[in-house]
Design a protein around this ligand. Structure first.
Ligand SMILES: Cc1cc2nc3c(=O)[nH]c(=O)nc-3n(C[C@H](O)[C@H](O)[C@H](O)COP(=O)(O)OP(=O)(O)OC[C@H]3O[C@@H](n4cnc5c(N)ncnc54)[C@H](O)[C@@H]3O)c2cc1C
Length: 482
């Protein structure tokens, strides 16, 4: 027998990934009753099939690569990784795909959880199909926030169902290293997973459609990552993709666009993301199922009247990153609370109700060898948008702190400076250990600190942060003065 139930809350959130959890946290904290709907695991993609397990796989790989470049440690780092121990660590970091801990957190935060598949059912209404086949009708007095995230986008290839390819989910949760893995793609998931599985003993072949890895980032980034992947044994192929692929007798056989044939144990398609909006009732509010949800800077879905529908996180395509989605969640929560309480919105640039950083400074770390860390504008984006910037480069291998890190340190840094305002508008670092450097660049961009003032931010000796001083000195020498 199925059940029907109707409940009313101030706010209904669909999707309990990191972003939905944060929207619910913010609205609950302001006294709005909030329910969150989840049809899989509370914690979302990030906790179980993306950030957490991937970084758990990568940490030993990157540490071993770093140790191999430090005199005295190099022999100790030369042996193979203990794959079983790394995978057990990964399992722990993915909480063994059990969401009890996060469900308990919801309870302590005062957020109600409704398990099941949520669909919009007209304005301010959500119908949830529960695991037992029943329906719960949720009404929202003030807001519905769609935080359903994204899933892997697969190419249009014949026989995909029988091929059973890996997506990012299998690549981050596999029980053992495959003998041979073909990776299709050149972006973050492709390069990180190539780094991890190659280090775990898999023979990796990576097929990039274009001419370089990580093509959205500064060109030197892809070159450095490609060099290290090749040195680790990865077979990198550019300007090529898969034409046909099938699984026979446990093996994946594929034909490439250049006529070559490959045989492997698994094939991973790391070919982009698609919004999880195909079956969430968008048609009931005049939107098209399967579309990304466009919002303004308040995270309000612009195509729906009435200011009650919000979209935050991957699903709005503003920045497909956990930290940026959680930032949007904090802004959306503040906007929902202000509208519910009838207080005016403050939506100016960098105001509490505007997700300004999405457009100006999205920090991203790629945990490859070497690490890549970028925020704000790149030269590619500047060229595309016709924005004038002053480009300042420095070889990280000449920075004392980097040489202390490892004597043959290879890396590079680039800062983009707005020639009129004389502030940093973009920065990219490539090199071991640069991830923790990124927040300094983010603060410089968000704070719009003039280079004359940055000159007084003294980096400690001998750290990799000294690259800031070198970049400013290079800029000074190019300009004739600071
Ligand atoms: C391999 C990989 C590695 C990554 N590594 C990083 C990293 O290191 N750092 C970083 O910042 N980002 C990383 N990302 C990106 C990050 O995972 C996403 O940006 C983040 O998970 C987005 O959060 P979200 O809450 O928007 O969506 P999700 O995490 O996808 O959560 C959405 C939730 O909604 C639920 N849901 C969907 N539809 C419904 C429905 N109709 N009813 C009920 N529930 C529903 C889903 O089950 C899910 O729990 C990585 C991504 C991948 C693929």
């Amino acid at each position: 027998m199925t059940t029907e139930d109707t409940r009313t809350y101030d706010v209904v959130v669909i999707g309990a990934g990191p972003v939905g959890e944060n929207v619910a946290d913010r609205t609950t904290a302001t006294g709005l009753s909030t329910v969150i709907v989840e049809n899989e695991l509370v914690g979302g993609e990030c906790s179980y099939w993306a950030c957490e397990p991937s970084k758990a796989l990568l940490r030993p790989a990157l540490l071993r690569a770093d140790a191999g470049r430090v005199p005295g440690l190099d022999p100790a780092a030369a042996g193979p990784l203990d794959a079983a121990a790394v995978l057990a660590h990964r399992d722990r970091m993915a909480a063994h795909w059990n969401d009890d801990g996060q469900v308990e957190w919801l309870r302590t935060a005062g957020i109600d959880l409704q398990r099941g598949h949520g669909r919009l059912d007209g304005p301010r209404r959500v119908a949830v199909t529960t695991p037992d086949g029943g329906t719960v009708h949720l009404r929202a007095r003030h807001a519905v926030a769609v935080c359903t995230g994204s899933g892997a986008a697969l190419p249009d290839l014949t026989g995909l169902a029988d091929l059973r390819p890996w997506t990012s989910r299998e690549a981050t949760s596999a029980a053992r290293p495959p003998g041979r893995l073909v990776i299709v793609g050149a972006g973050v998931v492709a390069t990180e997973m190539a780094t991890a599985w190659q280090a775990l003993g898999t023979e990796v072949t990576l097929l990039a459609r274009g001419t370089r890895l990580l093509p959205q980032m500064e060109p030197f980034v892809g070159e450095l990552v490609a060099d290290r992947l090749r040195e680790a044994g990865t077979d990198l192929r550019f300007g090529v993709t898969v034409r046909t692929a099938d699984r026979t007798g446990g093996e994946v056989r594929s034909t490439l666009s250049d006529g070559d044939r490959l045989t492997a144990d698994e094939i991973l398609f790391a070919t982009g993301r698609a919004p999880r909006t195909g079956d969430i009732g968008l048609e009931t509010v005049g939107l098209t199922p399967g579309d990304w949800l466009a919002t303004d800077d308040t995270l309000t879905v612009t195509a729906v009247p009435g200011d009650w529908l919000y979209a935050a996180g991957d699903v709005n395509r503003r920045a497909l990153l956990t930290h940026q989605g959680k930032y949007q969640a904090r802004i959306a929560g503040a906007v929902i609370a202000a509208r519910a309480l009838g207080t005016p919105l403050d939506t100016g640039r960098w105001s509490p109700h505007a997700s300004t950083a999405d457009l100006a400074a999205v920090p991203q770390v790629v945990f490859t060898d070497p690490e890549i860390a970028g925020v704000g504008l790149t030269t590619i984006e500047a060229r595309r948008t016709g924005r004038r910037v002053h480009v300042v480069d420095h070889d990280l291998g000449h920075v004392a702190g980097a040489i202390q890190h490892s004597p043959d340190y290879r890396g590079r840094a680039r800062a983009l400076i707005d020639p009129d305002r004389r502030t940093v508008v973009g920065a990219t670092f490539a090199g071991p250990g640069v991830a923790e450097l990124l927040h300094s660049a983010t603060v410089a961009i968000i704070g719009e600190i003039p280079v004359e003032r940055l000159w007084h931010a003294v980096p400690p000796f001998p750290t990799i942060s000294e690259v800031w001083l070198r970049l400013l000195e290079t800029y000074r020498d190019q300009q004739g003065s600071l």
